[in-house]
Design a protein around this ligand. Structure first.
Ligand code: FMN
Length: 150
């Protein structure tokens, strides 16, 4: 069964990267130029932190994520979003993940705080395994048409 790849962005502190690397599936780093300029070859999941900049007009989506989502192919093949955030940011908690999900009509699959707990990693692996199974049952390689019912 195909393992849906996770494309992630992580800053220098690397909290999201360490989470991504514990998922036991293909993960791709959007801070690498060749990754953010590529096209996903099928359904993929976004894992993004939120970064509030202090500028009210500016939102919380990392630039590398924005860049990857400029591709219509990538937007079409996106099937779900995972967010990392920090509740100290109040109404901006998970703002980037929720914003991408709302704009794309794809579900938020999982949210965790900061680096995530071991339980978060386990739970996220389970959610992604369920997604793999749902996509396999749906069939078709393109990943068009949004998220599976599961
Ligand atoms: C400058 C800054 C701004 C942040 N803004 C938000 C925010 O608006 N909403 C949120 O939920 N978390 C926010 N966070 C928390 C990060 O999203 C969270 O710590 C994430 O795990 C960082 O991942 P990374 O270390 O891989 O970049 C912010 C963190 C920093 C340092």
């Amino acid at each position: 069964m195909r393992q849906t790849p996770v494309y992630y962005y992580s800053s220098a502190s690397g909290l999201v990267r360490s989470f991504a690397e514990r998922l036991e599936r293909p993960v791709l780093d959007l801070s690498r130029r060749e990754v953010r300029q590529s096209e996903a070859d099928g359904p993929w999941v976004l894992l993004t932190p939120s970064y509030k900049t202090g500028n009210e007009a500016n939102d919380t989506i990392p630039e590398a994520v924005r860049r990857f989502l400029r591709s219509p192919v990538n937007r079409r093949r996106l099937v779900g979003v995972i967010g990392s955030g920090n509740r100290n940011f109040g109404r901006y908690y998970q703002h980037a993940a929720r914003d991408v999900a709302a704009r794309s009509g794809r579900p938020v699959l999982f949210e965790f705080e900061i680096a995530g707990t071991p339980w978060d990693v386990e739970e996220c692996r389970r959610v992604l395994a369920d997604l793999d199974a749902a996509l396999a049952a749906r069939g078709g390689a393109d990943g068009a048409g949004g998220a599976p019912a599961a």
